[in-house]
Design a protein around this ligand. Structure first.
Ligand code: SF4
Length: 444
């Protein structure tokens, strides 16, 4: 029995009976929480103590926040779906259960026995195009099958056309109130001012749908928590300059999940503080997790969410470090919470427009290529590994230009892997491992 089979057994046998009444409303979210709990138990009880350190820390904190949200859902608070590109701490201005649409698709893809392929196919059969983003497609399928019932959904028009084209499904097919906030492409003072008013109006609109007045004082406290989290993340990012890298590869996958699911919570501070302490200890001792670090890689786009064990395999089998992926190298200044609502919303707009994936998708590719070249130098990268998905059309032309820039300006190569990060059937994990293994042989 492999780890996914054990997990499937846990899920089917152990779904708590007291949650039955909620199953019709948020079944995939309950499954997500149970999948996280089962994975934590597997990691803590079965795997040797010195393995998967970031996973151990992260699963516990994620489990705690998901459990709190399920309790809120049991108290009949409204279920609010949000796109991951909206920093979730903003939703603390409401008494609600915030559920990230994309996290259901991708984290369940990582943890369930057959991923969420059934729901990708349900949507394809319904007529949703095959080249749409799998991060939304499974949740669209859950919604089509009435497994999840959102009371409202809120999203910026970011980071891509896929998002803009997929979300109206919820409004037109499922009649779920949908709040869309228009996010500009250009990054300028004027754009931030415009998007600040979109954010404020969007939250007010959502409040009308929920029958609640947004409590911006409460939101402020959660924004301040995230200001602290950003500071800790920056310190971790700085430690990654060290050779060997003091983080384990799985940190990147777990950090992507906590960025989306734990924003604005104390659990997020706990997670990053523990990771920082762990990384600092390794840095001081010159330690590295897994096999000796032989290759340092930057993944400017995404990891393979359908099988995150690849991260561990790269650490242990190849000694290849993933220094960071797209969810772990975009930062913004702390949000000013002291000088009135207008300043706060301006900074909130700036943060949203510089959020991972939104920043890269809206600035188009010149700043992205410049950032990559700079990061390659600053972090002593030996190579880039670029995962290219048919869904991310705005990035279809970038790999060739990036490869040339890295070769000419840094003298390092880039491996391009075409895949769907949420669907194991497009490029299998074995094919991905083979590609990376062969690529690394050209580097050593
Ligand atoms: S940018 Fe790509 S991965 Fe991100 S939401 Fe859009 S299609 Fe999906």
């Amino acid at each position: 029995m492999n780890s996914k089979s054990i997990l499937f057994h846990f899920l089917t046998e152990m779904l708590p009976k007291s949650r039955n009444q909620l199953e019709n409303k948020i079944l995939p979210y309950i499954m997500l929480k149970d999948a996280i709990s089962s994975s934590r138990e597997l990691v803590e009880r079965i795997l040797p103590k010195n393995t998967t350190p970031s996973l151990r820390v992260g699963l516990r904190e994620i489990e705690s926040v998901l459990e709190q949200n399920i309790v809120k859902a049991e108290e009949n608070l409204p279920i609010v779906g949000y796109h991951f590109s909206l920093p979730a701490e903003y939703l603390f201005c409401f008494e609600c259960v915030p559920i990230c649409i994309e996290s259901l698709s991708f984290i369940l893809a990582a943890l369930l026995l057959d991923g969420v392929e059934k729901y990708y196919d349900i949507m394809l059969n319904w007529g949703h195009p095959f080249h749409t983003c799998s991060s939304q497609r499974a949740t669209l399928g859950f919604s089509l099958d009435d497994l999840i019932k959102f009371d409202a959904i809120i999203t910026p028009t970011a980071p891509c056309d896929n998002t803009c084209a997929s979300y109206p499904f919820f409004l037109y097919k499922k009649k779920i109130p949908l709040v869309i906030m228009d996010l500009p492409y250009t990054h300028s003072e004027k754009s931030y001012e415009f998007f600040a008013s979109q954010l404020k109006n969007g939250l007010k609109k959502l409040g009308k749908i929920l029958g609640q007045e947004p409590d911006f004082d409460r939101m402020k406290k959660h924004i301040e928590i995230e200001n602290r989290v950003s500071q800790i993340k920056l310190e971790i990012f700085d430690l990654i300059r060290a050779i060997p890298s003091p983080i384990d590869n799985l940190y990147n996958a777990i950090s992507a999940a906590t960025t989306i699911l734990l924003s604005g919570t104390r659990e997020n501070i706990t997670f990053y503080s523990k990771i920082k302490n762990m990384a600092k200890k390794r840095y001081v001792n010159g330690d590295h997790y897994g096999k000796e670090e032989t290759i340092r890689s930057i993944w400017p786009y995404m990891l393979t969410f359908f099988d995150i064990s690849l991260c561990e395999w790269l650490d242990r089998e190849l000694g290849l470090s993933i220094l960071f992926d797209i969810f772990n190298y975009s930062f913004s200044d702390p949000i000013d919470t002291e000088n009135g609502l207008d300043n706060m919303f301006f900074d909130m707009a700036k943060k949203t427009m510089n959020f991972p994936m939104t920043k890269q998708s809206t600035e188009l590719y010149y700043p992205f290529i410049e950032d990559c070249v700079k990061m390659a130098k600053d972090y002593s990268a030996d190579c880039f590994i670029y995962t290219s998905s048919i869904a991310c059309k705005q990035f279809g032309s970038v790999p060739k230009l990036l490869r040339e820039a890295l070769r000419e300006e840094v003298g390092i190569p880039m491996l391009l892997i075409e895949l769907d990060v949420g669907d194991a059937r497009v490029t299998s994990i074995d094919a991905i491992k083979n590609k990376i293994s062969m690529f690394t042989q050209t580097l050593l």
